[in-house]
Ligand binder design. Structure first.
Ligand code: ADP
Length: 162
């Protein structure tokens, strides 16, 4: 049974993350989306809120072999915790490459067994990022094309309370 770990902040989950998740779920027996507890200094959503959104969208997509969880601390330790064979990361553009390359090699330095696999999303998601979605929503723009409807509602809710 091959389990793959898909780590990130997911603040919030976007259609780009879901594109990668769907592709990975077709290849591996199990995909664990792991929300990093300590990744961002000033997140819009708390880790439990991010997990709830992920769980809801995964449930609606009927992705039976995808689980949502969280991890704290080093990714290499999370790999063992979830008994995962490798880490999956999305590569949107060359600009992602340098950071991802450095992180993948550092993780392997920390644990020789920590392999990182990269997947490219569909081009229509290659310019989507959680950071830009938040920026657009903050300025009152239309985020519907970039996130699932449930997530769009959560973002609008958040900004209406801010
Ligand atoms: P982090 O906070 O770890 O940078 P994110 O939560 O933003 O990560 O994203 C988690 C992973 O998903 C990263 O590998 C990132 O490159 C990838 N990703 C983010 N947005 C997209 C997208 N639109 N298409 C494909 N992959 C994406």
């Amino acid at each position: 049974m091959k389990t793959i770990l898909y780590p990130g902040s997911f603040d919030p989950v976007t259609n780009g993350h879901l594109d990668i998740t769907k592709r990975a779920s077709r290849i591996f027996d199990k995909v664990v989306i792991a929300v990093a507890m300590n990744a961002e200094k000033d997140p819009l959503f708390t880790p439990p809120e991010r997990i709830e959104m992920l769980q809801e969208v995964v449930r609606r997509l009927e992705l039976g072999n995808v689980e949502v969880s969280m991890f704290d601390g080093l990714l290499v330790n999370a790999l063992a915790q979830f008994q995962a064979s490798a880490v999956i990361r999305g590569l949107r553009a060359v600009s992602d490459f340098e950071y991802e390359f450095q992180m993948a090699l550092m993780n392997r330095e920390l644990n020789d067994k920590c392999e990182t696999l990269f997947m490219m999303p569909s081009p229509e998601y290659s310019f989507v990022s959680s950071r830009l979605i938040k920026e657009i929503a903050r300025c009152g723009g239309d985020i519907n094309p970039f996130v699932p409807p449930f997530v769009a509602d959560c973002i609008r809710d958040k900004f209406s309370k801010h």
